[in-house]
Design a protein around this ligand. Structure first.
Ligand code: MSP
Length: 495
């Protein structure tokens, strides 16, 4: 029986096309999906679009387009961008699909039958940017501090979900599941928020017409967040979810409360299993400035992959920003890393080793090719790498493969110091080749043995690179199998 692994990215609003910030969360989810696939797991990797929002209505209007054709067009753009970025999602859900609507209705009914929905009057400030009510005390100069827009004053008849009722159950659940939210500081924020006391949640809108009608009261539509979270179940169906709920919801830090408080409470109320983990990445700015549509600084990831390739973008995003922290994106830095680590580092290593191998007619036998799973089981270095991935230490995982591991754990340093060169990173291997010059060895047998050793290291690196740099991993493995030099550098320098 294969191990199952179910991972999701956020589903994105369709008021615009993807920018590099969205690509970041999707690439993180893709890295873990690929890692689990490499381990031999049966992976479901879900992404999609969150379409039942007032933002969609406004954006369609602005584009002077009929809302249905607008959402079709935007969903197609999101799909094509993920394809161009080599994202390996196995499903793509749109919240306007029938499969989704049916499950939202089922959730509503179950929660209703449980007695957890009631009708009441809501008066408050609503921020369209957040698609959520906002407290007057959170405003800065009368504006939402994140979106710099004035919230609307709404007075409505709404249906409410008894979120407060689940305070104790949530806290008990957090107690039992110490890794439910990563990183830990985000988890602490969530727990503190719940401990302060929750308020019931308005889960319908009266003025909005676009959305999923409330079953039994179709004059209202379901609140977009209540609808959106359910996508994780509707994509696979309730039965499958019950058998194996999501292993990880990959999200950004801005939507942790929805995922770590509201979503588990909804599932508890509806009588469904809870996801195992919520992983929240930090946000990044572009050249020091928050990414925003109005500032027009939303970098299109397609432009970047056309110039640098998908692997280079992945490499940069995963390595540059320690997981969970905020960071900054600039093309200048991407180019620097590309030239230093990929062109000069990995690219050079591959050319050098393959040149030595071809010139000296040394090649690996079929028995020398180990799979990811085999390496992960038997090799100390590979274990360090997979451990880092499991703990969401993504930048560390990338560093392990690329940097000289001076500052890692004592066990690692010890292992490294023993000179077992099957443990070497890209930089360490390059350095040793420079120092030892195996191709200059006079004794032909010894020379062949040394070169074979380099090939073995390269094989391991290529395999471990699969979740991080999937295209490059495949390219190197193909060169090793064919025993050929790359015709052109695998990462040509970019000036
Ligand atoms: N539709 C909701 C999510 C519903 S999930 C059931 C939503 N969509 S969004 O289009 O605004 O995308 C939000 C996600 O995109 C963030 O949570 C984060 O993962 C990612 N990012 C958007 N901008 C980002 C940055 N500037 N930096 C890093 N991640 C960013 O919220």
């Amino acid at each position: 029986m294969k191990n199952k692994f179910y991972i999701t990215s956020p589903i994105y609003y369709v008021n615009d096309k993807p920018h590099v910030g969205h690509a970041y969360s999707t690439i993180i989810a893709d890295t873990l999906a690929r890692y689990h696939r490499a381990l031999g797991d049966e992976v479901i990797f879900l992404t999609g679009t969150d379409e039942n929002s007032q933002k969609t209505v406004d954006a369609a209007q602005k584009a002077s387009e009929d809302i249905v054709s607008y959402t079709d067009r935007l969903a197609a753009i999101w799909k094509s961008v993920w394809k161009a970025l080599n994202i390996s999602n196995t499903d793509f859900i749109r919240t306007t699909e029938l499969r989704h609507r049916k499950i939202v209705e089922e959730f509503w009914k179950r929660i209703w039958d449980k007695g957890d929905i009631y009708k009441g009057k809501y008066e408050g400030l609503y921020c369209k940017g957040h698609e959520a009510f906002i407290k007057a005390s959170d405003l800065v100069d009368g504006l939402c501090p994140d979106h710099k827009t004035k919230p609307e004053h709404l007075v409505e008849e709404n249906y409410f979900f008894k979120l407060k009722k689940y305070e104790k159950d949530l806290l008990a659940f957090y107690e039992k599941n110490p890794n439910f939210v990563v990183p830990e500081n985000r988890y602490n924020e969530v727990k503190a928020f719940v401990r302060e006391g929750l308020e019931d949640l308005s889960i319908s809108r009266q003025v909005q017409k676009w959305g999923i009608p409330v079953p039994s009261d179709p004059g209202h539509v379901v609140y977009v967040w209540f609808d959106a979270l359910i996508n994780y179940v509707s994509a696979i169906g309730t039965e499958k979810w019950q058998g194996h709920p999501a292993d990880v919801h990959v999200i950004g830090k801005d939507i942790v409360r929805f995922h770590a408080i509201i979503w588990p409470a909804m599932l508890m109320s509806a009588g469904f299993s809870l996801p195992k983990q919520i992983a929240a990445n930090g946000f990044f700015t572009v050249n020091g400035v928050k990414i925003s549509k109005s500032l027009g600084n939303a970098i299109d990831p397609i432009g970047l992959v056309e110039k640098y390739g998908t692997d280079a973008l992945r490499y940069f995003l995963l390595r540059e920003i320690p997981y969970g922290e905020d960071g900054d994106f600039s093309e200048e830095k991407l180019k620097e890393r590309y030239n230093a680590d990929l062109a000069n580092g990995l690219g050079n290593l591959v050319s050098r080793v393959m040149k030595m191998a071809v010139t000296n007619d040394v090649r690996l036998e079929s028995g020398d090719f180990y799979s990811f799973k085999e390496w992960a089981k038997k090799d100390f270095f590979a274990k360090q790498f997979t451990e880092a991935l499991e703990k969401f230490q993504l930048s560390r995982a990338v560093e392990l493969l690329f940097a000289i591991p001076r500052d890692y754990s004592p066990a690692f340093v010890q292992y490294y110091a023993t000179g077992d060169d099957s443990t070497m990173s890209v930089s360490a291997t390059n350095l040793l080749i420079q120092e030892e010059e195996p191709f200059k060895e006079k004794d032909p047998e010894k020379r062949k043995e040394k070169i074979r050793n380099e090939l073995l290291k390269l094989q391991k690196l290529a395999i471990l690179l699969e979740p991080i740099l999937p295209n490059t991993s495949l390219k190197i493995t193909t060169l090793l199998r064919n025993n050929s030099e790359p015709k052109t550098p695998i990462f040509p320098r970019i000036s």
